[in-house]
Structure formats: C-alpha cells, structure tokens
Design a protein around this ligand. Structure first.
Ligand code: ADP
Ligand code: MG
Length: 612
C-alpha cells in the first residue's frame, strides 16, 4: 500500500517482513524526553489531526501526553501498535525510497513502551467506543473499552523508570524542557495549518491557532505566534524551485540574531533535520551581516524527490543525505543570499531597474551615492572614490556559491531582482554628534558608524594592496624623522616591505632612526606624522590576540589607526564617499574587529514606537 494512504482501515497495521526491517537503520529512537515527544507529535500529525495538545509534567520525565483529533485506531491496531516494526505507513521495500509520512519504521511506540508506562486511548470516528490500553515495560497490562471523543491520547509516564542509567543521564529539567520546546516548535512550524498547544506543569506555554491563510502567510503568522510579535515583520522570504529541488520559507533579518542556535529550523520533505552542512549553507549567507558567534533565525523547507534524498541514515531521522550534497549546499546558500540581498540591499536608496541587467550584481552603489572622483580634486579629502563598478556582492563570489551545481545555479541566477524603488544621489545625509551618518533608506533609517565603516574600508583596501599590489602614497609636507626603541626598530625592519606596499615611504637611517616621507593615501588620521608609530604600537598590541596572519594584522592595525575618528566633522561629500565605499566592500556590515558598521531601523519599528 502507498505510505500516505489513510490509516483508518480495519487491521491496517501489519508487521514488516524481516528483510525490510533489517534494511532500516538500527539504533535507539528514544534518547531523552524530547525524542519521545517528537515521535508522538509526528504520529499525531501523520494521523491527520487538526489539533494537537502536548501536556508535560516535570519536563516530560513524569508525564508526556499527546492528545490529537486524528483518525484514531481500531482495537486491533491499538493492541498491535506497540509491537516492533508495527506500522501502517510502509510495507514494501521500495516504499523506503519514497517516504512521505513522518513515521515509517514502526519503531517508536515499541521503543517508548519498553522504557515507560504508557496509556493509549484511541477512537475512530466510525466506532462507538474507544479503547484504553495500558502498557508497562513493553507488556500490555490491560485493555478495556472507554468513552472518549474521536482521536488518540497517548500518555507516557515515568520515562526510563526501568532504565536507571538512562534516567540518571538526563540533563537538568531546564535543558530537557528546552529540547522539548524546540521539538514542539519544529513540528508547529512544519504544519501551520494544525493547531498546537503546549502545557507544562499546568501552565500553558503555547496556544497556536490553526493558520488557514495562504501557506507563506500562514507560516509567517505561525512564526509570530511562536516567537513573538516582532518576528513577522522581520522575516525575509526565500524561495526557489528547480526540477530537482524546492526551497521555501523565511530567514530572519540580521537583527533577529541570537546568541544560541535554538531558532534555526531546517526541514527536508517536511521532516526536521539537524544538518551541520545545510545549516552552514544558510549561516554563511549571513557572513558580514551578523557578528561572530551570532546565529540568525531561519525556518527553511527543502523539498526534493524522495528518491534523491536519504532520510534513513539516522535512527531519529534527523540527518539527511542528498545524492548531490554539494549542489544542494550551493543552491541553498545562493537562495538565502539572494533573499537577503533583495531585502537588505534594495533599501539603499536606489538605482533604476535598468541597472539590474546583470542578475547577480544587485546594483552599483556608485549610482546612488556617487561622489565622482572627477568633480573634486583627487585626494583632496584623503578619499579615493573606490571602484564604481563594484556591487554589494562580488560577482565571482556569487558564482562560487552556485557553481557546484550549474543547473541549480542557473535556476537562481535567472530570477528577477526585486525592484529597488526610486532614489537619487541628492538623498540627504546627516551627521549625528560627529560620529554617525544618518540617511533615509527605503525601509526606514540607516545609521552608519563613521569610524567603524571607514575601518572596514581601509582594512579591505590595505589587504588588497598587501596581497596583490602597490598602494598609493601621499607625501608628507614635512618628512618626519623618528628614533625608535630597539624592539620597534626590529619590527619596523621586518614589516618594511609590507609597509611600503601599503604606501608608506620610509627610509631607514643608521642607528635606530627612520625618516617617514609618505603614508598611505586613504589615511584620514589627524596626525599623519605619528601614524607609523601608532601603527607599530597597534600591531604589537594586536599580537596578543591569537592567530591572524601578519598581513591581516597589519591591515587591521592600519585601518584602526588610519580610519576617520569618531568626533571628526565630515562634509556631505565625505559622508557620501564613506557610504559609497562601504557598500563596495566585501563585508560592509561589520568592521574588521567584528562590530557593526551599520544599524537599520525599519520604518515599522518607528511606527510601533509611536504607537501605530
Ligand atoms: P510509525 O509512526 O513509524 O509507523 P510508530 O511506532 O510511531 O511507528 O506507530 C505505530 C503505528 O501506530 C503507526 O503506524 C500508526 O498506525 C499507529 N499510530 C501511532 N500513533 C497514532 C495516532 N496518534 N493516531 C493514529 N494512529 C497512530
Ligand atoms: Mg511514528
């Protein structure tokens, strides 16, 4: 029978043929309360429930009860469902390749019943009375008719009561509860059309109504109901379809990031999975958007032809493998990056749609914030105007992400870019307290930290020079002669080739004296005469931070010392130039030290604050 056939046929549970059961990965299904919760919730969903309630006592260790209004079971099935490999969902070996229900092994109830006291009450709509079966340690203790409404209630008491080792192995109630909540959230996200309720120790933690609208909006509403009212407005839709793979769902705006990964949900063919690789495909699309150690929100669904994805490699069914893992990685990464690009970058007051002929280059920042180098004397303010053709994303980077699978890549690349909306280069810029640049963007207000932003700019430029060529030098009006302490002088000698690549013009004299005649041209530091000493000092202090290679450290030190200071008054053209160059950077949203360069305040947020 087909695995997704309804289960309300008399005696529809059969025991799998031996060969098939052997084919299924062995392993323990129930490791902790959350794994039992997962199995019971999945069964309720598989049973076609419209409403599911999860009731817990003491983080599930005392009681886990799942009540659903699904199809229920016949008396025979109710008795049979505790037998290992009893399932109504899978019967021939080929079915394994096209698994569409959540359960398919017929292992869960048997495993749970073996390590707990279980009470099953179930009734089909066609039957007058239900049946109540109590099962202790894997043996049926009693079976009697009972009065109840249609559906199934399964109570699991004292999990691991007969496996003290397991019981002692459990973490604190708070930790176990957190795992359960995550499981509950995952199931609730996978089916917004089903109402879910969660009660713990008599307190209602979640009451989620069934969301009836169009699927994407239903999911958005469900996310809001689960995580908070601020979420629905801060979600970026992602979606893409190829003949092989479909992706849909939401990723959070960078501001929604958390210090933990508990708000990252990934589903493959409707099943929650924990995949390091796929998680990384999404996470890495946020590179430069969220600080290190921060985890963005996502709730993303992948669907693939069941014959091309193996969900059977993990006993708790939480891992997956695709026949083209790398291709899927690249595709997912590209889809998320594109979604984020559309949402985050269009806000920059925009180019006309004619600029978006090249699909991957979202638009040229030079267009909206141009300070053409030709209209002012070159180097007059110590700025160069950056490469006007650079997009927010490097084209080659995009290609890399998608290359693993050409077919998938083309699917994404041919998408139209969301319209950027009107805008022009006369957009007003303000400087706040001589530290922040404020500007209007399509979605609200953008605030740029002038120092952090310029640090990012100088850093990337310096690194570029160090890796591939000569930086420009600006000659000092008066060459400065400096006598260095012995240690610094040694360091100077060591770094000299790199320093001259950066644009320093230094001559070493006898003794420990050096003459500095020029410094890198983009430098904005007030006192260029002491820049070199400050740089060496910074470089040495940076030393204590582990790891970074020499050029990176040097670039970082130069950026830190050479960047526009907080407190420096900027002319409008300088502000534009900062914005222009910032968004030509590879990673515009963080400074080299990992702090934010830009904060966006969405207009909705402002409206909320004003009580709209
Ligand atoms: P699986 O879900 O892999 O089939 P389980 O051990 O979880 O295995 O469940 C065994 C069988 O019990 C299921 O195939 C199904 O027929 C029946 N069953 C379990 N829970 C429910 C439920 N809530 N409503 C209806 N039938 C259920
Ligand atoms: Mg099941």
């Amino acid at each position: 029978m087909a695995p997704d056939v309804a289960m309300d046929i008399e005696g529809s549970i059969r025991v799998m043929p031996e060969a098939l059961s052997n084919k299924i990965a062995a392993g323990e299904v129930v490791q902790r309360p959350a794994s039992a919760v997962k199995e019971l919730l999945e069964n309720a969903v598989d049973a076609g429930a419209g409403s599911v309630t999860l009731i817990l006592k003491r983080a599930g260790t005392e009681l886990i009860r799942v009540v659903d209004d699904g199809c229920g079971m016949s008396r025979d099935d109710a008795a049979a469902c505790f037998r290992r490999h009893a399932t109504s969902k899978l019967f021939v070996a080929e079915d394994l390749n096209s698994i569409r229900t959540l359960g398919f092994r017929g292992e869960a109830l048997a495993s749970i019943a073996a390590v707990a006291q279980v009470e099953l009450r179930t009734k089909r709509a066609a039957d007058d009375a239900g049946v109540c079966i109590r099962n202790e340690g894997g043996r049926i203790a009693s079976s009697e008719p009972c009065a109840m409404s249609d559906g199934t209630s399964l109570a699991v008491r004292n999990l691991f009561y007969n496996v003290p080792a397991r019981r002692n192995f459990l973490k604190t109630p708070a930790t176990e509860l957190r795992h359960i909540i995550e499981t509950f959230q995952a199931l609730a996200l996978s089916r917004p059309d089903i109402a879910f309720t969660l009660v713990h120790d008599d307190a209602e933690m979640h009451r989620l109504p069934a969301e009836t609208g169009e699927p994407a909006e239903a999911l958005r509403a469900r996310i809001g109901a689960l995580f908070g009212d601020q979420y629905p407005d801060m979600l970026v839709p992602v979606g893409e379809q190829t003949s092989y793979l479909t992706v849909h769902g939401f990723v959070g705006m960078p501001e929604l990031h958390k210090k933990h990964r508990n708000e990252q949900f990934l589903f493959v063919n409707g099943r929650i999975v924990k995949s390091r690789s796929l998680g990384h495909a999404i996470q890495s699309a946020y590179e430069g958007l969220v600080p290190k150690g921060a985890w963005p929100f996502f709730c993303v669904f992948l669907s693939a032809d069941p014959s091309r994805v193996d969900v059977n490699i993990h006993p708790a069914k939480a891992e997956v493998r695709f026949d083209d893992d790398r291709g899927v990685y690249g595709f997912l990464h590209a889809v998320v990056q594109k979604g984020l690009g559309g949402m985050l970058l269009t806000p920059l007051v925009g180019a006309s749609s004619a600029d978006t002929a090249e699909p991957w280059v979202l638009k040229s920042p030079a267009k909206e914030f141009t300070v053409p180098g030709t209209t002012r004397p070159a180097g007059a303010s110590g700025f160069s105007s950056g490469s006007p053709s650079a997009g927010y994303y490097r084209k080659d980077e995009q290609r890399d992400a998608g290359r693993q699978s050409e077919e998938l890549y083309r699917g994404v690349a041919s998408l139209p870019i969301p319209d950027a909306g009107p805008g022009d280069e006369n957009t007003l810029l303000w400087q706040l307290h001589d530290r922040y640049i404020l500007t209007q963007i399509q979605s609200g207000l953008m605030i740029i930290d002038q120092h952090a932003a310029h640090e990012r700019i100088l850093y990337e430029r310096a690194l570029g020079y160090l890796r591939q060529g000569q930086g420009l030098s600006q000659q000092l009006l008066f060459a400065s002669t400096v006598e260095f302490p012995p240690a610094d002088f040694e360091l100077l000698k060591e770094l000299l080739p790199d320093l001259s690549t950066l644009g320093f013009d230094i001559e070493l004299l006898s003794g420990r004296t050096a003459v500095v005649r020029g410094v890198p041209s983009e430098i904005h530091s007030g006192d260029k005469e002491v820049l070199l000493e400050e740089l060496l000092d910074q470089y040495r202090r940076d030393d204590e931070q582990a790891g970074a290679e020499r050029q990176e450290r040097l670039a970082r030190s130069l950026a830190r010392r050479g960047a526009i200071r907080s407190g420096a008054v900027l002319a409008p053209a300088e502000m534009r130039s900062v914005i222009d160059q910032l968004f030509a950077c590879d990673k515009p949203y963080v400074c080299p030290r990992g702090r934010a360069t830009v904060v966006r305040i969405p207009i909705d947020e402002l409206q909320k604050r004003f009580g709209h």
